[in-house]
Design a protein around this ligand. Structure first.
Ligand SMILES: Cc1cc2nc3c(=O)[nH]c(=O)nc-3n(C[C@H](O)[C@H](O)[C@H](O)COP(=O)(O)OP(=O)(O)OC[C@H]3O[C@@H](n4cnc5c(N)ncnc54)[C@H](O)[C@@H]3O)c2cc1C
Length: 412
């Protein structure tokens, strides 16, 4: 047990309750035990599986190459050794801050000394006046990924609604399985919120080369049952048929119980750099939390694997009085076909990056430099460059653009 926990021992929690059973919740309970917390630990989770990682869901799990055994955060016997009361499947429905009580759908109640909310979010749904077909699916959970994978394998054509990360990964996996795929995107380019023009174009070319029919500026009017499948109708009157549709149109954070409990919620549950909410006994982390990001110098709600793990670790330590600020540079990756794409830091809108390598060769690093320092990096099949960039960014090291773009010399 660390010294700072012992210093806080008078105030040490006797019961910690964690709401949620995803990656962030998994890291909270693991970290609490690793840090020496020996009290009662209750995890309320509405999925039946033990905490698992979601990135493989749109990749290996969808392709039928991975299952629960490969995506779990802790093996069942290791989880059992953590001595956690896992209330699952059950759903926390209310938090009473005055009595420090959490109530669940099944009618159970538990009193907490500290509470961690790691409820993530749900796949955003298409409006009911558009999605009128029974053949519209979403992808957020392992069970959905398994079912979607099976369905893909017996389908000829899938319609993907949304040209963001999940939609594009589903399309790439569909092609891998030999299924024809059409992606419809309302915006004029792919992943427009997180990528500059040239990388959106790169992804468009990549998917087109792999046989995906990508339709930008698509104004979807409705999805209706048609025969055994679905028919999409667009504003210009054109239609498109598929066996089924998968919509990847973003995430709706699960903030309802926090809001109802009177916690500060603004695009996620508002927390400080330690994961503490507007109630000092309640913490939040992962996709549901909105934190002040030191690198971006603004508040942000991140939806990434790295954030779900590392913010959870910082929050779990803070629960025990060990205050280590979560101050990591935002990092996200995606795998599509033979391309691994990683984004680190901030990609300033409209900025011209220094380009190392070549997008045509599918091996390139785009460095976004401000005042002689890196603000952000996009690495395409160049994980080593990204690793180095992360080191330099953490060190605050100045960079020389001529050296960054010179592929004749290794970066060091
Ligand atoms: C298909 C897919 C692919 C992804 N790929 C990548 C990638 O390549 N790279 C990357 O960096 N990130 C990726 N991500 C994002 C990453 O997986 C998420 O950021 C991460 O899973 C967030 O973890 P979390 O624990 O905060 O939330 P979640 O994973 O959403 O977990 C929250 C859990 O809490 C449960 N819950 C919610 N409310 C309650 C309640 N009231 N009571 C009980 N339980 C409740 C939910 O059912 C859920 O099980 C991907 C996500 C998805 C869905």
């Amino acid at each position: 047990m660390s010294e700072s926990i012992q210093a806080d021992a008078v105030d040490a929690p006797k019961t910690v309750v964690v709401i949620g059973g995803g990656q962030a919740a998994g890291w909270v309970v693991k970290t609490l035990r690793q840090e020496g917390y020996a009290g009662r630990l209750v995890m309320i989770a509405d999925e039946t599986h033990l905490p698992y990682e979601r990135p493989p869901l749109s990749k290996a799990v969808l392709a039928g190459e991975a299952d629960i055994e490969t995506v779990r955060i802790t093996k069942p016997d290791e989880f059992a050794a953590l001595d956690i009361e896992a209330w699952q499947p059950d759903c926390a429905t209310a938090i009473d801050r005055a009595t420090r009580t959490v109530t669940t759908r099944s009618g159970r109640e538990v009193k907490y000394d500290r509470l961690v909310i790691a409820t993530g979010g749900a796949a955003r749904k298409l409006p009911a006046n558009i999605a009128k077909s029974a053949h519209v699916t979403y992808l957020r959970t392992l069970d959905e990924a398994m079912a979607l994978g099976e369905r893909l394998r017996r389908s000829q054509r899938v319609l993907v609604v949304g040209g963001g990360w999940i939609g594009l990964e589903v399309a790439a996996t569909a092609r891998k399985l030999g299924v024809a795929a059409t992606v419809i995107e309302g915006a004029p380019r792919l992943c427009a919120r997180s990528l500059p023009n040239e990388v959106s174009q790169f992804l468009l070319d990549l998917h087109s080369a792999n046989g995906v029919d990508i339709r930008l500026n698509a104004q979807l009017v409705s999805l209706d049952d048609h025969g055994d499948g679905v028919r999409a109708t667009f504003a210009d009157g054109s239609t498109l048929d598929a066996d089924f549709a998968v919509a990847g149109i973003g995430l709706a954070p699960h903030t309802a119980i926090a809001e109802a409990a009177g916690l500060d919620v603004q695009d996620g549950i508002v927390v400080d750099e330690f994961g503490q909410t507007s109630d000092s006994d309640i913490f939040a982390c992962g996709d549901v939390a909105n934190h002040p990001n030191a690198w971006l110098k603004r508040r942000v709600r991140l939806e990434s694997w790295a954030n779900a793990q590392n913010q959870a670790i910082a929050a779990a330590k803070a629960v025990l009085g060990v205050k280590t600020p979560y101050a990591e540079i935002p990092w996200f990756w995606s795998d599509q076909y033979d391309v691994n794409l990683q984004i680190l830091g901030e990609i300033p809108a409209g900025a011209t990056p220094a380009l190392r390598g070549s997008l045509e060769d599918k091996r390139a690093t785009l460095f976004f430099v401000e005042d002689g320092h890196l603000r952000g990096v996009i690495a395409i099949n160049s994980a080593r460059d990204l690793k180095l960039a992360r080191k330099w960014m953490n060190q605050g090291r100045a960079v020389d653009i001529a050296a960054l773009v010179d592929t004749g010399k290794a970066l060091a």
